[in-house]
Design a protein around this ligand. Structure first.
Ligand SMILES: [Zn+2]
Length: 226
Protein backbone atom coordinates (compact mmCIF):
# COMPACT_ATOMS: atom_id res chain seq x y z
CA UNK A 1 0.00 0.00 0.00
CA UNK A 2 1.18 3.46 -0.85
CA UNK A 3 1.92 5.71 2.04
CA UNK A 4 0.14 8.98 2.01
CA UNK A 5 2.47 11.91 1.92
CA UNK A 6 1.73 14.64 4.35
CA UNK A 7 2.38 17.98 2.88
CA UNK A 8 3.65 20.48 5.34
CA UNK A 9 3.48 24.02 4.34
CA UNK A 10 6.11 26.26 5.81
CA UNK A 11 5.76 29.93 5.42
CA UNK A 12 9.17 31.31 4.63
CA UNK A 13 10.01 34.70 5.90
CA UNK A 14 11.98 35.35 2.74
CA UNK A 15 10.39 33.93 -0.38
CA UNK A 16 12.96 31.85 -2.27
CA UNK A 17 13.66 33.25 -5.72
CA UNK A 18 12.59 30.91 -8.45
CA UNK A 19 15.29 29.25 -10.56
CA UNK A 20 14.11 31.13 -13.59
CA UNK A 21 14.28 34.47 -11.83
CA UNK A 22 17.80 33.67 -10.64
CA UNK A 23 18.87 32.71 -14.13
CA UNK A 24 17.41 35.91 -15.45
CA UNK A 25 19.26 37.96 -12.84
CA UNK A 26 22.53 36.28 -13.87
CA UNK A 27 21.91 37.01 -17.51
CA UNK A 28 21.22 40.62 -16.78
CA UNK A 29 24.48 40.84 -14.89
CA UNK A 30 26.46 39.16 -17.66
CA UNK A 31 25.12 41.13 -20.57
CA UNK A 32 24.65 44.81 -19.86
CA UNK A 33 22.56 46.55 -22.44
CA UNK A 34 24.85 48.30 -24.91
CA UNK A 35 24.74 52.09 -24.86
CA UNK A 36 22.64 53.52 -27.63
CA UNK A 37 25.11 56.22 -28.55
CA UNK A 38 28.81 56.00 -28.01
CA UNK A 39 31.53 58.15 -29.38
CA UNK A 40 35.13 57.11 -29.39
CA UNK A 41 37.55 59.97 -29.79
CA UNK A 42 40.81 58.98 -31.35
CA UNK A 43 44.08 60.88 -31.39
CA UNK A 44 43.97 60.96 -35.19
CA UNK A 45 47.17 62.92 -35.59
CA UNK A 46 49.17 60.22 -33.82
CA UNK A 47 47.20 57.48 -35.54
CA UNK A 48 47.90 58.79 -39.04
CA UNK A 49 51.57 59.29 -38.20
CA UNK A 50 51.88 55.50 -37.76
CA UNK A 51 53.24 53.54 -40.70
CA UNK A 52 50.77 50.71 -40.15
CA UNK A 53 47.81 53.11 -40.32
CA UNK A 54 49.05 54.70 -43.54
CA UNK A 55 49.80 51.29 -45.01
CA UNK A 56 46.34 49.99 -44.18
CA UNK A 57 44.59 52.88 -45.92
CA UNK A 58 47.09 52.83 -48.78
CA UNK A 59 46.54 49.12 -49.46
CA UNK A 60 42.83 49.81 -49.60
CA UNK A 61 42.63 53.03 -51.59
CA UNK A 62 46.13 54.25 -52.46
CA UNK A 63 47.68 57.66 -51.86
CA UNK A 64 44.49 59.44 -52.85
CA UNK A 65 42.64 57.29 -50.32
CA UNK A 66 45.00 58.40 -47.55
CA UNK A 67 44.50 62.02 -48.60
CA UNK A 68 40.71 61.75 -48.55
CA UNK A 69 40.59 59.78 -45.32
CA UNK A 70 42.91 62.21 -43.55
CA UNK A 71 40.89 65.16 -44.80
CA UNK A 72 37.66 63.67 -43.46
CA UNK A 73 39.10 63.04 -40.00
CA UNK A 74 37.87 65.23 -37.17
CA UNK A 75 35.38 67.15 -39.21
CA UNK A 76 31.64 67.03 -39.52
CA UNK A 77 30.20 65.12 -42.48
CA UNK A 78 30.94 66.92 -45.72
CA UNK A 79 28.82 66.98 -48.85
CA UNK A 80 30.18 64.83 -51.68
CA UNK A 81 30.54 67.49 -54.37
CA UNK A 82 32.17 69.87 -51.93
CA UNK A 83 34.54 67.11 -50.86
CA UNK A 84 35.39 66.36 -54.50
CA UNK A 85 36.23 70.02 -55.10
CA UNK A 86 38.36 70.22 -51.95
CA UNK A 87 40.24 67.10 -53.07
CA UNK A 88 40.72 68.58 -56.53
CA UNK A 89 38.55 66.07 -58.36
CA UNK A 90 36.75 67.39 -61.40
CA UNK A 91 33.56 65.45 -60.74
CA UNK A 92 32.04 63.72 -57.73
CA UNK A 93 32.01 60.53 -59.79
CA UNK A 94 35.79 60.39 -59.74
CA UNK A 95 36.09 60.57 -55.98
CA UNK A 96 33.40 57.95 -55.39
CA UNK A 97 35.74 55.14 -56.42
CA UNK A 98 38.05 55.99 -53.52
CA UNK A 99 35.22 56.59 -51.10
CA UNK A 100 33.70 53.21 -51.86
CA UNK A 101 37.01 51.45 -51.29
CA UNK A 102 37.26 53.08 -47.88
CA UNK A 103 33.59 52.33 -47.30
CA UNK A 104 34.17 48.61 -48.01
CA UNK A 105 35.99 48.42 -44.64
CA UNK A 106 33.69 50.96 -43.01
CA UNK A 107 36.52 53.47 -42.66
CA UNK A 108 34.09 56.05 -44.02
CA UNK A 109 30.32 56.17 -44.17
CA UNK A 110 27.71 58.41 -45.70
CA UNK A 111 24.45 60.01 -44.73
CA UNK A 112 21.83 60.49 -47.45
CA UNK A 113 19.86 63.70 -47.39
CA UNK A 114 17.03 64.79 -49.62
CA UNK A 115 16.70 68.48 -50.21
CA UNK A 116 13.30 69.96 -50.80
CA UNK A 117 11.16 68.39 -53.47
CA UNK A 118 14.09 67.53 -55.75
CA UNK A 119 14.23 63.88 -56.62
CA UNK A 120 17.90 63.31 -55.92
CA UNK A 121 19.85 62.69 -52.76
CA UNK A 122 22.89 64.49 -51.49
CA UNK A 123 25.59 62.41 -49.81
CA UNK A 124 27.55 63.51 -46.78
CA UNK A 125 30.72 61.58 -45.97
CA UNK A 126 32.54 61.11 -42.70
CA UNK A 127 35.57 59.12 -41.53
CA UNK A 128 35.81 56.57 -38.71
CA UNK A 129 39.32 56.52 -37.25
CA UNK A 130 38.18 54.20 -34.44
CA UNK A 131 37.38 51.61 -37.09
CA UNK A 132 40.88 51.90 -38.58
CA UNK A 133 42.39 51.43 -35.14
CA UNK A 134 40.20 48.38 -34.55
CA UNK A 135 41.15 46.81 -37.90
CA UNK A 136 44.88 47.21 -37.32
CA UNK A 137 44.60 45.79 -33.82
CA UNK A 138 42.59 42.88 -35.18
CA UNK A 139 45.28 42.12 -37.76
CA UNK A 140 47.86 42.06 -34.97
CA UNK A 141 45.66 39.84 -32.85
CA UNK A 142 45.21 37.41 -35.74
CA UNK A 143 48.97 37.26 -36.25
CA UNK A 144 49.49 36.61 -32.53
CA UNK A 145 47.01 33.73 -32.69
CA UNK A 146 48.84 32.26 -35.69
CA UNK A 147 52.22 32.60 -33.99
CA UNK A 148 50.87 30.99 -30.82
CA UNK A 149 49.43 28.11 -32.84
CA UNK A 150 52.79 27.64 -34.54
CA UNK A 151 54.60 27.67 -31.19
CA UNK A 152 52.27 25.02 -29.80
CA UNK A 153 52.75 22.89 -32.91
CA UNK A 154 56.53 23.22 -32.80
CA UNK A 155 56.57 22.25 -29.15
CA UNK A 156 54.43 19.21 -29.86
CA UNK A 157 56.60 17.58 -32.49
CA UNK A 158 60.18 17.38 -33.69
CA UNK A 159 61.16 18.88 -37.01
CA UNK A 160 63.84 18.00 -39.50
CA UNK A 161 65.41 20.07 -42.26
CA UNK A 162 67.19 19.13 -45.42
CA UNK A 163 70.92 19.92 -45.25
CA UNK A 164 70.87 20.89 -48.94
CA UNK A 165 67.63 22.73 -49.73
CA UNK A 166 66.42 23.53 -46.20
CA UNK A 167 62.98 22.00 -46.78
CA UNK A 168 61.25 21.26 -43.50
CA UNK A 169 59.69 17.94 -42.42
CA UNK A 170 57.81 16.88 -39.34
CA UNK A 171 58.95 13.75 -37.52
CA UNK A 172 56.33 11.49 -39.11
CA UNK A 173 57.21 12.52 -42.68
CA UNK A 174 60.95 12.38 -41.99
CA UNK A 175 60.54 8.81 -40.71
CA UNK A 176 58.48 7.81 -43.75
CA UNK A 177 61.18 9.25 -46.03
CA UNK A 178 64.03 7.51 -44.17
CA UNK A 179 65.41 10.96 -43.36
CA UNK A 180 66.02 11.71 -47.02
CA UNK A 181 64.67 14.87 -48.63
CA UNK A 182 61.92 14.13 -51.17
CA UNK A 183 62.78 17.32 -53.00
CA UNK A 184 66.53 16.93 -53.57
CA UNK A 185 67.49 13.62 -51.87
CA UNK A 186 69.64 15.48 -49.39
CA UNK A 187 70.18 14.25 -45.84
CA UNK A 188 67.74 15.45 -43.16
CA UNK A 189 68.97 16.55 -39.80
CA UNK A 190 67.17 17.35 -36.58
CA UNK A 191 66.13 20.96 -36.40
CA UNK A 192 66.95 23.08 -33.40
CA UNK A 193 63.58 24.65 -32.84
CA UNK A 194 64.57 26.86 -29.91
CA UNK A 195 65.56 29.84 -32.01
CA UNK A 196 62.31 29.61 -33.97
CA UNK A 197 60.35 29.60 -30.72
CA UNK A 198 62.30 32.53 -29.32
CA UNK A 199 61.72 34.51 -32.54
CA UNK A 200 58.01 33.81 -32.41
CA UNK A 201 57.74 34.70 -28.72
CA UNK A 202 59.54 37.97 -29.46
CA UNK A 203 57.19 38.72 -32.32
CA UNK A 204 54.16 38.14 -30.05
CA UNK A 205 55.59 40.47 -27.41
CA UNK A 206 56.29 43.07 -30.10
CA UNK A 207 52.73 42.85 -31.46
CA UNK A 208 51.19 43.03 -27.98
CA UNK A 209 53.18 46.19 -27.40
CA UNK A 210 51.82 47.60 -30.67
CA UNK A 211 48.24 46.79 -29.66
CA UNK A 212 48.81 48.50 -26.31
CA UNK A 213 50.21 51.60 -27.99
CA UNK A 214 47.22 51.77 -30.34
CA UNK A 215 44.86 51.55 -27.36
CA UNK A 216 46.51 54.64 -25.90
CA UNK A 217 45.27 56.62 -28.92
CA UNK A 218 41.71 56.28 -27.66
CA UNK A 219 41.32 59.51 -25.78
CA UNK A 220 37.75 59.65 -24.52
CA UNK A 221 34.70 57.54 -24.74
CA UNK A 222 31.54 59.52 -24.25
CA UNK A 223 28.47 57.43 -23.67
CA UNK A 224 24.96 58.78 -23.77
CA UNK A 225 22.51 56.16 -22.72
CA UNK A 226 19.36 58.18 -23.23
ZN1 LIG B 1 66.35 18.89 -49.95
Amino acid sequence: MKKKRVAIKIRRTKPKASKLAKKHAKQVKRAPTPPQYSKTIIDVKSLMSLDEAKKYVFDLAGDKGIEIFTFLLNRSPIEENKLARKMKFERANAIRKFLYRLYSKNLVSYIKKKHGVKAWYTYYWEAHPDRLLFLIQKDYEDEIKQAQKSIDLNKATDFFTCNTCNRRYDLQTALENDFVCSNCHGQLSHMDINQVLVDKENRIAFLNEKIKKLSLLVKTRKVHSS
